[in-house]
Design a protein around this ligand. Structure first.
Ligand SMILES: Nc1nc2c(c(=O)[nH]1)N[C@H]1C(S)=C(S)[C@@H](COP(=O)(O)O)O[C@H]1N2
Ligand SMILES: [Mo]
Length: 397
């Protein structure tokens, strides 16, 4: 049996002996702090989020342990723009309609009767690290459901069908601006709007996408979208529509508020002549990213642990203060395309005093996670898509 492919908990059950468990726990394959290692807390602790965001249930990077590669359901972050809607699973239906040859609706039993597939995927909110109070809107789970592509193909796209819209059961009031008529002033009214996001037909039929009803082997929790959500492993959290009730195929781009209004990245981009031009682009696909998660000490020897995700990760490098970039040891996750990778670097004997620790991920295409000074980050005037390199500060006694 290949021990690298089973979780520590499985190993404990299968080994059935405390000695084996201890040996396993100390194995270098399971980094992220074994017994004897003590946390050295970062000096730059995040401030508390504003009250409306208090229920986010953020990941605490410094509390991660050897078991933390999978985030337990009760520790998984939660974002719901309109709160958690009440959905009665017994009456719930998923409707597939619009520009399809065979519109139909599924109840939960019909969805569960379809072929089952699982994916380990690290879901990150596109606002993560965009604010000082939001460093933990991320988690890694084993999601279970049925491939979306087969359901869409069975519905059959009509020739004019271009875009697939995913509607949640949750809705809220969104402002609509209008001009009443020639010479009239601008006005605004509020309109009920369901949470919705879209993808092109090609993106929606990506074999990675799941109609998901299970999270880490348990029924999907209400806060995470039960009875059914979209899991779209190449995308930021926002596209992973929860409480899914309707899928509509339309002939033009979808312009709902979470697609075309609220989730835009605005940049002030420098032009060669010294002027700037303001751009707006949609937030959607995940971006290459890493963080230094925690520092530990054991017998005077320090170690930096972290994670990397958002693109196919090739390697991670770590820099202390203005020193050289040093390669990290990749510990866990390599075999899971869409899951975060855990890594560590030894920091044998740091000098006493304050230090800055920065990590950067490099993907398989050779792209490097941008520095904060990189134009893609420095020109940003909104907080989404904050995938710039992250620096943490620590004091060594
Ligand atoms: N229906 C619906 N789906 C939604 C949202 C929402 O408000 N309503 N929020 C999105 C955002 S912004 C994120 S980050 C993820 C969070 O998923 P989680 O709550 O399971 O962590 O759900 C996404 N799906
Ligand atoms: Mo999000």
């Amino acid at each position: 049996m290949d021990v690298r492919r089973i979780s520590r908990r499985d190993a404990l059950i299968q080994s059935g002996g405390a000695l084996a468990a201890i040996a396993f726990f100390q194995s270098p394959l399971f980094a992220w702090a074994g017994p004897g290692e003590t946390n050295v807390p970062f000096l730059d602790q995040p401030p508390a989020p504003p009250p409306p965001l208090a229920g986010l249930n953020q990941l605490d990077w410094e509390a991660q342990t050897p078991d933390s590669w999978i985030t337990p359901n009760e520790k998984f972050f939660r974002v719901g723009h309109y709160g958690v809607p009440e959905v009665d699973a017994a009456k719930w239906k998923l409707e597939i309609f619009g520009l399809v040859a065979n519109p139909r609706s599924y109840d939960l039993a019909a969805i569960k009767a379809l072929p089952k597939k699982e994916v380990v995927f690290t879901l990150e909110c596109s606002g993560n690290h965009g604010f000082p109070f939001l460093p933990g809107a991320i988690g890694n789970a084993r999601w279970g459901g049925t491939p979306l592509a087969a359901v869409l193909q069975k519905a059959g796209r009509k020739p004019a069908g271009a875009e697939v819209v995913f509607y949640g059961a949750d809705q809220g009031e969104e402002p609509i601006q209008y001009i009443g008529g020639l010479g009239d002033k601008m006005g605004e009214f509020k309109a009920k709007s369901p949470f919705a996001r879209s993808m092109s037909w090609a993106e929606a039929t990506d074999p990675a996408n799941l109609l998901c009803y299970e999270m880490n082997g348990k029924p999907l929790p209400a806060a995470n979208g039960s009875p059914l959500r979209l899991i779209a492993p190449r995308w930021f959290g926002i596209s992973n529509v929860k409480w899914l009730t309707r899928i509509e195929v339309i002939d033009s781009r979808f312009e709902g508020p979470f697609q075309a209004q609220r989730y835009l990245t605005v940049r002030e981009v420098a032009r060669p002549d010294g002027s700037t031009v303001w751009t707006r682009t949609a937030v959607g696909k995940s971006l290459l990213k890493s963080v230094p998660a925690k520092v530990t000490v054991q017998d005077g020897k320090y170690r930096i642990y972290g994670a990397a995700w958002g693109a196919p990760i090739a390697r991670v490098e770590v820099k202390v203060d203005d020193g050289p970039w040093k390669p990290a040891v990749m510990d866990k996750g390599a075999e899971h395309e869409f899951a975060w990778k855990f890594w560590h670097v030894d920091w044998p004997s740091p000098a006493a005093g304050e230090h800055k620790i920065t990590s950067r991920a490099i993907d398989k295409a050779g792209n490097v996670q941008p520095a904060q000074s990189d134009p893609s980050i420095a020109s940003k005037r909104t907080y989404w898509e904050a995938n710039g390199q992250i620096t943490r500060t620590i004091k060594i006694a």
